[in-house]
Design a protein. Structure first.
Length: 287
């Protein structure tokens, strides 16, 4: 009975913590998460699994290339690089994909590295695969990270885009496979301009999709995964553009209309006495 009460208490604490994280500013999520981990260390593992965090970058000294860190390439305190298949710091018997799956992982990494350069014009990408219990089923994680310090016009801006696509591939008996995809995007933008002032936008978006696609050979997975991830990223970019930029534009336009109505009301309420008032961009001029 006491064990059940402890489990129920931990569940309530986790729900409260997640609800609090959703209400706090997203830009401070990493700092706020650290505070929560200090306050309720007993739910640390569950909290870390449920709170989306910005991807971290590490450097592969062996291949001399950057790669992204996540739970899917971690073994203890070490992380596996998709470029050299080596753990940093080095460990013995670290979890690695089978030989055949590793060959596919290399091909998909090369393909998405080209995709990253074409679509993001920079940044870092990483792809990780792992074997599931029933061969040849496997799981995968496709990661992209792009940060920017200024706009293309040279204006100061701090921007961050992290996209994480977690995939489960289940083979069927009719030369096809079911792809279960869960995608999450983290977006952060901070600008400072004399005309607009300080503007900060940030948040996360998660979507899921399931597709059944033909698979006649292992290389078919490369094309199938590329298509489903590209389609999902396109959809999520459209949703984010509507939510963050479309809604912000609607709010600004609404405020401008309100200001215009207020200005007209002030002009109507001004005392007459032969005084004419005309509005200019510099304010009110008396005639």
């Amino acid at each position: 009975m006491e064990k059940q009460n402890n489990n129920g208490d931990s569940s309530h604490k986790l729900n409260y913590a997640l609800d609090l994280m959703r209400r706090l500013p997203f830009q401070d999520s990493e700092k706020n998460l650290s505070y929560l981990l200090d306050l309720v260390p007993e739910i640390s593992e569950d909290l870390l699994c449920n709170v989306e965090q910005s991807l971290k970058i590490a450097h592969d000294k062996k291949s001399k290339r950057d790669y992204l860190l996540c739970d899917y390439n971690r073994d203890g305190d070490s992380y596996r690089s998709p470029w050299s298949n080596t753990y940093f710091p080095s460990i013995r018997d670290g979890t690695k994909p089978s030989k055949q799956l590793r060959e596919l992982e290399v091909q998909v990494n090369e393909a998405f590295d080209i995709y990253r350069e074409l679509y993001y014009e920079g940044g870092v990408s990483s792809v990780y695969f792992w074997d599931l219990e029933d061969e040849p089923d496997f799981g995968g994680c496709i990661l992209f990270k792009k940060s920017q310090d200024q706009t293309k016009r040279g204006q100061p801006m701090k921007g961050l885009w992290d996209s994480m696509h977690v995939l489960e591939v289940i083979h069927t008996e009719d030369y096809s496979a079911k792809y279960n995809l869960t995608s999450t995007v983290i977006l952060q933008i901070k600008t400072k301009d004399p005309d607009t002032g300080n503007v900060e936008i940030g948040g996360t978006l998660t979507r899921q999709e399931e597709r059944v696609m033909d698979v006649h050979k292992a290389q078919d997975h490369l094309l199938n995964i590329g298509n489903i991830v590209e389609d999902m990223e396109f959809k999520m970019r459209g949703v984010l553009e509507h939510i963050y930029f479309g809604k912000t534009k609607d709010v600004v336009n609404h405020l401008r209309i309100k200001e215009g109505i207020t200005l007209k009301n002030k002009q109507k309420n001004l005392p007459g006495r032969g005084l004419k008032v005309r509005s200019t961009s510099a304010g009110f001029l008396q005639e």
